[in-house]
Structures are given as structure tokens and as C-alpha cells.
Design a protein. Structure first.
Length: 380
């Protein structure tokens, strides 16, 4: 058989498969409408199992596994088409619609904001960029930021989520599982670390450097140029600078910002010592209730999946089928559940898009647990 003949037959089969696919989706929608009219459950689980077995047997033993994947994908798409045709919005979609209607057209200029650390912290710098007039309450830990929001002590909290050099801040993802909150905005902040010490101290005198673990991870190459120097982790880069300023020792330094150097009266022994010049930290601004401000084009969700083959693939294929861009996928182990994970997704899609509403409804049905964390825009 010639290549041209093979291609022609493949093209003909593709066209026929496309027609059959459209016909199958049409029948699936009709089936859902009839079942709904008769008060039956949307899905006949036993019938689906039998249909899948027939589909795999017909394909033959060597292709049975692949046929199972094709059948599951067809069924997922059918369920999505059925849900869209029946036009019954989920409770989540209704909540999103209410948030869109009730949220102010303008992001607030003034607010009470919780930040971890002390004055000069990068979270404070991020808060000042997000709000024109941020009334900041400093707390000792990331968890205290979540607590301040949950208790109503502060309207918003600002937290670092990931860094372009050091990666994700895992503690934040773990806390996300414990607290109810909503992301209302995010910010990409350029981060430049500097070696700061008390006035008159020389670099060769330094025996110990203080900083936050993320900053330390972002300055590994520089720290290698200071062999024998002890590196001590602090709660925050601003705390590190304050600690050096208040210390009686002359052999300590901090990895911190230019702003902290000026704030605490420290000299810069080495500037911009991070490993990469394009060092950015992404901060999220969280609130107690969902608020979706105009222009929201990012959405974050957390979900768990049944512990069976293909579960994550089904979610990914649904996102792909709707033409939605997945910008981040993070997994964190679930407490007290061996080798099971919570998945965090960042999706790039307008909150006003019908595809967004369809995906939210689909994922809510597909996942073992599903949490909508908010829709928002990101500023730089």
C-alpha cells in the first residue's frame, strides 16, 4: 500500500470518527434530558461499566488499555456537554456569579492588612504596592496571617507564594488546606538581596549571616564566597536586618533589602547578591470572602482526586479541551493520608468566559474534593 493511499484512508476515517463523535455527543445530551425528565440519576454507573468493557473488548486485547482511555475521555466530554445543555448551574457557579455582582468595581485603596515579619519586610513592600494606604499589622508567622483574616482582625493578608529562583513556599500551600479564604489579587515583586551590616563593619569580619530560608536559597552562589560563615535562618528578612541592627556583635550581617538597610541604619557590604538578576517573588492578597474585581483573568483551585489511574489525566484533559491555559500545578502531601496529595492549580482564563464557568462546574463533579480559591488579576 502506498503512502498516499494510507493517508487518504486515515483522512476518511478521521472524518467519519468526527461525525460519529458529534452524533454520540448529541445522543448523550438527549439521554441526559430524558433521564432528567423521568427523575432518574444523571449517570447510570452500571451501564457505563458495561459499555466501557464492550468498548475495550471490541478493540482487542492489545489495544484494550488504550481503548479504555479513549472511552473515559469520551464519557468525560459527554458529561460536560450534558451539564451545559441542561443549563443547571452548580452551587459554586452561582456563588461565583454572586461575587461578580457584589464586588466593588474598584480595588480598595485603603485597608487593614496583615503581613508576616516587621517593618521593611518584602510582604510590607508588596502590600504598599497593592494598596495606596495600607494599615499594616505585623504578625509573627504565616499562619498568623491566615488567623488574622479568619478572625476578622484584618480585611486582607499578603503572603509570599513562590519565587522564581527558590520555588514554592511550601508552608503557604500547607496552610491553604487548613483555612478558608479567597485570593483577591496577586503581585510579582522584584526582589534584590543585599549583605547588610552595622556601620564600620567590613565584609571579612562577618562570621554569621541571618536571613529567611527563601532568601538564603536565592543567594547560594554568593554565600559560597564566604566559606566558614555560619548561616542562621530567621522568620523574615526584615527581622534579620533588625536583629543585626540591635545586636552588640560586629561580626554579624543580614541578607535583606535596600529598604531595610535604610530603615535600620545598616551599611551595604555587597549589593544585589541573589543568584539571578530576574529574581521575583509572587505574593497573593487574601480576604475572608470571595471578591472578584473587574479584569480577573486568573483562577486558583485546590482539589483531591480518587486514588486510581488516570484521575489527574482526566482533569488535565478537561482543561486542555476547553482551551484554558494551566500556568501552575503544585502538589502537597495530605496530612494523615499516606501517599495522597492535594493539587493546586493556577488557571489563566477570563472569569467572564463561558468556558471558565463550564470548567468550574465540571471540576466540582470530577474531583473527590474541590475548593475554589478565587479569581483575580496579577499586577507587577
Amino acid at each position: 500500500m502506498e503512502l498516499d493511499e494510507i493517508k487518504q484512508q486515515l483522512d476518511e476515517l478521521d472524518i467519519e470518527m468526527s461525525r460519529l463523535f458529534a452524533k454520540r455527543m448529541e445522543l448523550a445530551v438527549t439521554q441526559a434530558e430524558v433521564r432528567a425528565a423521568r427523575g432518574l440519576a444523571p449517570v447510570d454507573a452500571a451501564g457505563q461499566r458495561e459499555a466501557k468493557q464492550r468498548f475495550q473488548q471490541t478493540a482487542g486485547e492489545s489495544l484494550s488499555g488504550y481503548a479504555g482511555v479513549v472511552w473515559s475521555t469520551l464519557q468525560d466530554v459527554a458529561q460536560s456537554c450534558q451539564a451545559a445543555a441542561l443549563g443547571e448551574p452548580s452551587a459554586l457557579c452561582e456563588r461565583i456569579a454572586r461575587s461578580l455582582e457584589s464586588t466593588s468595581q474598584l480595588f480598595p485603596e485603603s485597608a487593614t492588612v496583615a503581613c508576616q515579619g516587621v517593618e521593611g519586610a518584602y510582604a510590607q513592600i508588596a502590600a504598599d504596592k497593592l494598596f495606596q494606604d495600607a494599615h499594616i499589622s505585623y504578625v509573627r508567622s504565616f499562619e498568623a496571617v491566615f488567623s488574622a483574616i479568619a478572625s476578622g482582625f484584618c480585611q486582607y493578608g499578603v503572603l509570599p507564594l513562590e519565587n522564581s529562583t527558590a520555588g514554592s513556599v511550601n508552608r503557604i500551600y500547607d496552610l491553604m488546606m487548613q483555612y478558608n479564604f479567597s485570593i483577591v489579587r496577586s503581585l510579582r515583586l522584584k526582589v534584590d538581596h543585599n549583605l547588610l551590616a552595622r556601620p564600620g563593619v567590613k565584609r571579612e569580619e562577618i562570621k554569621e549571616v541571618f536571613s529567611h530560608e527563601q532568601a538564603i536559597a536565592q543567594c547560594q552562589e554568593f554565600l559560597k564566597t564566604m566559606p566558614g560563615v555560619k548561616v542562621t535562618v530567621c522568620e523574615n528578612t526584615a527581622v534579620a536586618a533588625k536583629r543585626v541592627a540591635e545586636s552588640d556583635r560586629k561580626d554579624v550581617a543580614a541578607l535583606s533589602s535596600h529598604a531595610c538597610g535604610a530603615l535600620y541604619g545598616l551599611d551595604t557590604l555587597a549589593a544585589d547578591v541573589q543568584d539571578k538578576g530576574n529574581n521575583y517573588t509572587r505574593f497573593i492578597c487574601i480576604g475572608k470572602q470571595p471578591e472578584i474585581f473587574p479584569g480577573a483573568d486568573r483562577t486558583s483551585v485546590m482539589l483531591t482526586l480518587s486514588h486510581r489511574p488516570g484521575a489527574l489525566y482526566r482533569v488535565m484533559s478537561r482543561i486542555t479541551a476547553l482551551g484554558i491555559n494551566l500556568t501552575k500545578l503544585e502538589s502537597r502531601p495530605l496530612p494523615d493520608r499516606d501517599f495522597e496529595f492535594m493539587f493546586y492549580f493556577d488557571l489563566e482564563t477570563s472569569v467572564y468566559s463561558p468556558r471558565f464557568i463550564q470548567l468550574m462546574g465540571d471540576l466540582e463533579q470530577m474531583c473527590e474534593t474541590f475548593r475554589y480559591l478565587g479569581s483575580y488579576s496579577e499586577v507587577v
